[in-house]
Structure formats: structure tokens, C-alpha cells
Write a protein that binds this ligand. Structure first.
Ligand code: PLP
Length: 376
């Protein structure tokens, strides 16, 4: 039998979360924004199959990798697909045109590649403004000239629609910074034609932000919230109405009783202060469980919420079985998801965010898509 660890992905939860976002947007914006469901990094670790199914009613999918875009087409996705970092080489352009893949354009190098290729036509492009995140995009003082160049490429047929895009650095924790970025976007691009896209999960779920984005044809780009995790540190996803889409489960593969004063695992990082029953779980950092999770990180064993103790090893971790006296070898363990702690709680106990844990689940963890019949 295979090692007892499994990631179960629930397309119904994906659908629920997408519906929640859509509901928020139609309550919030006069013309409801359309939704690019962000499915980069293999749908934040959930697998593209489940994502294409769960996000069947999204207006588009957004991702980074042309191979993943082609995989979505193979899986039957017919609506728009957006490459969030755009293309990388001239040879990519033919693939974009053939498979109707839209692209972000954030650099002069990309514009030059487009201008140099007279064989491609009809590519939809979003011109990225660096409104203050200082990652990708054109500077505010050059943006309008660049946009003009894109409109010329549209007139020449190389590009189809040309849209405007920016990305927020602190939509999760600093409204003043986000408003300053929005002001910059408005100042530079409000009167330019075409669709507009700015909001990630944190912005989409913040009341009033999507409505403040200038432009009638708005597309939002939520990612993490669609998977049922929170975009805000300290704010639980359940309080936002989100449902976890991934459950990471395993089993106890050993238990033992230790007297007070014994130390556990690598570095002997945890020492018992009373007689304690300890369980060993078939999950470690080579599966994607965070090595930096601290003692006390919640874990559910045999339906009882308990805690991680000591250092996480490559293939195993230790848990306190005192609250779960009935737990034994073979008992179910939920590391995060349905019936266990939220992935956010585990992330916050590891000084990271849920995106990191979900996208970091490794290949050796088998994934199963839940209830395929009900989700069809
Ligand atoms: C990843 C990404 C998103 C989605 O971000 P979330 O915080 O997961 O909602 C949106 N836009 C861009 C450009 C991204 O790279």
C-alpha cells in the first residue's frame, strides 16, 4: 500500500468561493466586474483538472506558464486565458495567437518582439502599469507613450483588444498605499480605452475597492481566496464565508509514551514536562508541510484538535496525543482543510501565508479530486 498521505481537492468548494466573489462584486460595482480565476502554480497546488472544473463559470483563467495554458485548453477551457507575466520569447507568440491566449505586456522587450513579428495577429494584450509595487510594468511617465505603441500594433492587426492593468503591493494591509496606487492608475490611464484589471483577492474582498477602479469593462484577478484561504493575515477565511478547497490528510504510523524530561526529534527541540503520549504522522517537509511550523501548530488527530510538537522532519512530524487518548496507529490526521485546522492557521504558525503552503505541496503527495460525479 502507498504511504498514507493524500491531498483531497473539492471542486464544489472552488465553485462556492467563486460564487462568493461574484456575489460580492455584483453587490459592490455598478457594472459587475468579470473574473479571471488565477490558476498559476498548478492552481495553487490544487491541480488544473479540479480548477477547470470548479471554475467552469469564471470568465477567464489567469496563469504564468504557456504549458499550463495549453493544458487548460486540452482540458476543454474555451474562454480567455491570460499570461500574468506575458511571453518570454518570440517563438511564444505563434502559440498565443493559435490558442487565443491573452498576454500581459510589461516590458519594452515584449513590445519589440510583438513589433518584429508580422506573422502573428489578433493577440489580446494588457499593458502593465507599475503604479508603485515596483515589480513588473511600465513607469507612469512612459505609460501613455507605450499604450500608444500598443494601439498602433492593434491598428496593424498584431494585437486585438488592448487593456490596462496594474497590481497592488499592500491590498491586504494598507489601504493608504492601495489608494495611492489607484490614484496613480487613474491619473495615468483612466481615459485610455479598453478593459481594465487591478484587483487581487485582498482587493476584491475589500468593500469598495473594485468599485474605485476606473473603467466600465473591469476584470478582477482573485487567486488565493478562490481556494478558500484568507488574503489577510489574522483574518480567518471562514469569517469571510470561504470554504477550504484542499484537505491534506495523513495517518499516525507510530505512537509511544514518554516519561517527563524526554526530548523529541531533531535538535531535541521539544521536551516533555509530564508523561506524554506522542504520535508520529506520515507527513514532513518533503511533502510540503512547513519545516518552520512551531510547537503548538494545530493538527487534528482522530477528530480531536491537538498540536505539533518538536521539529518537523523530512518525512514525519510528531503530535501531542494527550487530548486524543483513543488515537492509535492508523488513526486519521488532518494537517489542514476540512475537519482540521485551516491552512491559514498552519501558515501563520510558520511565519508564512497559505499561498506558500498550498503551492508548495510537493509531487510525492497524491491528489484526489473529491466527488467527481456531483461536481460534473
Ligand atoms: C498571483 C497574482 C494574482 C492573484 O493574487 P492573490 O493574492 O492570490 O489573489 C493576481 N494578479 C497577479 C498579477 C498575480 O501575480
Amino acid at each position: 500500500m502507498s504511504r498514507p498521505i493524500l491531498a483531497t481537492v473539492d471542486p464544489q468548494a472552488l465553485r462556492h468561493n467563486l460564487g462568493l466573489v461574484a456575489g460580492r462584486l455584483s453587490a459592490d460595482t455598478a457594472t459587475p466586474a468579470r473574473i479571471w480565476a488565477v490558476v498559476k502554480a498548478n492552481a495553487y497546488g490544487h491541480g488544473l483538472e479540479a480548477a477547470v472544473r470548479g471554475f467552469a463559470t469564471a470568465d477567464g483563467l489567469a496563469l504564468l506558464d504557456i504549458q499550463e495554458a495549453l493544458r487548460c485548453r486540452e482540458l476543454g477551457w474555451r474562454r480567455p486565458i491570460l499570461l500574468l507575466e506575458g511571453f518570454f520569447r518570440p517563438a511564444d507568440l505563434g502559440v498565443l495567437a493559435r490558442h487565443r491566449i491573452s498576454t500581459v505586456v510589461h516590458s519594452h522587450a515584449q513590445l519589440d518582439m510583438l513589433a518584429a513579428d508580422s506573422s502573428v495577429s489578433g493577440i489580446e494584450a494588457y499593458i502593465m502599469l507599475n503604479s508603485g509595487m515596483h515589480r513588473l510594468g511600465f513607469q507612469p511617465d512612459e505609460y501613455r507613450a507605450v499604450f500608444g505603441r500598443a494601439l498602433a500594433l492593434q491598428a496593424a492587426g498584431t494585437l486585438a483588444a488592448v487593456g490596462k492593468m496594474t497590481h497592488f503591493a499592500r491590498a491586504d494591509d494598507d489601504l493608504a498605499v492601495t489608494r495611492a496606487q489607484l490614484d496613480c492608475f487613474r491619473r495615468v490611464a483612466a481615459d485610455l480605452p479598453g478593459p481594465v484589471s487591478a484587483c487581487n483577492s485582498a482587493a476584491v474582498l475589500f468593500p469598495g475597492l473594485a468599485a474605485a477602479v476606473p473603467g466600465a469593462d473591469q476584470w478582477v484577478r482573485p487567486g488565493i481566496c478562490l481556494y478558500g484561504a484568507s488574503p489577510y493575515i489574522g483574518r480567518h477565511a471562514a469569517t469571510l464565508g470561504l470554504r477550504p478547497a484542499m484537505t491534506l490528510s495523513a495517518e499516525l504510523i507510530s505512537t509511544h509514551v514518554l516519561p517527563a524530561g524526554e526530548a523529541i526529534g531533531y535538535g531535541h527541540a521539544f521536551r516533555t514536562d509530564h508523561d506524554m503520549r506522542i504520535g508520529i504522522v506520515a507527513c514532513g517537509y518533503a511533502d510540503g508541510y512547513p519545516r518552520h511550523a512551531i510547537t503548538g501548530t494545530p493538527v487534528t488527530v482522530a477528530g480531536v484538535r491537538t498540536r505539533l510538537v518538536g521539529r518537523v522532519s523530512m518525512d514525519m512530524l510528531s503530535v501531542d496525543l494527550d487530548p486524543a487518548p483513543l488515537a492509535q496507529v492508523g488513526s486519521p490526521v488532518v494537517l489542514w482543510g476540512d475537519g482540521g485546522p485551516s491552512v491559514d492557521e498552519v501558515a501563520w504558525s510558520s511565519s508564512t501565508i497559505a499561498n506558500d503552503l498550498l503551492a508548495g505541496l510537493t509531487h510525492r503527495v497524491p491528489r484526489r479530486v473529491a466527488c467527481p460525479a456531483a461536481a460534473a
